[in-house]
Design a protein around this ligand. Structure first.
Ligand code: ZN
Length: 253
């Protein structure tokens, strides 16, 4: 099996918040190759810079954060608040899957606080299904890139932000991964997102990006008796891999 994991989340800093601890452990303990993709470059995340300026700053921050844990960063160049389930964006995600060829894919919870997150989740679900299908790519006028995947990868959903859906209902994970050994590196990744820390300082009066990630990961750890954890649900619909590869590799708490 290809020891490659890909996270496809909406915005720069989402992986750093939600699933980087698990990815760090996979690299350190099992030699996995890490890829972090964002749908957007975060072009709305500033009150001072133009969309193009902040996008180029945040693209660089995302790449720096990925590099800090030995991961490769990809930006699919959709605009903030415009992530949507459509043919063009589905093909982008599918193409990325066929280039990276992951055995494990992580995306957002289908229910989350932000529509970009929910639409990303849908796109990734559809793309993991489509990526092994030769005829999905073999349409007239559609540039051939990479061969289809051999199989549908293992697909996991992160916890939604604050563990709740848009109605405030608790969305419990199916299992949690202990990320105690990865928390310092996960924090160092968020340190790379200086523009977002400045944005928070301006809008919230406090730069609490790293603290709020540690608080969230700590709250997930507390409920299962460890210091820090990340929660996941596995996509177990028909034709998807049914055994829990993440749990087998890293154990659950
Ligand atoms: Zn986000």
């Amino acid at each position: 099996m290809n020891k490659t994991i890909l996270s496809v989340l909406a915005h720069p800093d989402d992986a750093e918040f939600l699933c980087a601890g698990t990815m760090i452990r996979l690299r350190e303990e099992h030699g996995y190759t890490l890829h972090i993709a964002t749908m957007t470059a975060g072009d709305c995340g500033s009150a001072e810079h133009t969309p193009d300026e902040i996008a180029s700053i945040r693209r660089a921050e995302g790449a720096d954060a990925a590099r800090a844990i030995g991961a490769t960063y990809h930006c699919l160049e959709v605009l903030d608040l415009r992530v949507q389930y459509c043919e063009e964006q589905l093909e982008k995600v599918c193409r990325l899957l066929n280039v990276v060829r992951p055995s494990i894919v992580i995306t957002h919870s289908p229910e989350d606080y932000h529509l970009d997150h929910e639409q990303t989740s849908k796109l990734v679900r559809a793309a993991t299904f489509a990526a092994p299908i030769p005829n999905f790519q073999h349409r007239p006028g559609h540039a051939e890139t990479q061969p289809p995947l051999d199989a549908i990868p293992h697909l996991y959903y992160c916890d939604p932000l604050e563990g709740k859906d848009s109605f405030g209902r608790h969305v419990p994970p199916a299992f949690r991964i202990n990320i105690g050994t990865a928390i310092e590196k996960k924090s160092a990744m968020l340190d790379c997102h200086e523009s977002q820390r400045a944005w928070l300082r301006k809008h919230h009066g406090v730069d609490n990006l790293v603290e709020s990630m540690r608080e969230w990961s700590g709250s997930q750890g507390k409920v299962c008796g460890v210091e820090y954890a990340e929660g996941y649900r596995q996509h177990l619909g028909h034709s998807y891999p049914q055994y829990n590869l993440l749990a087998k590799l890293l154990g659950t708490v």
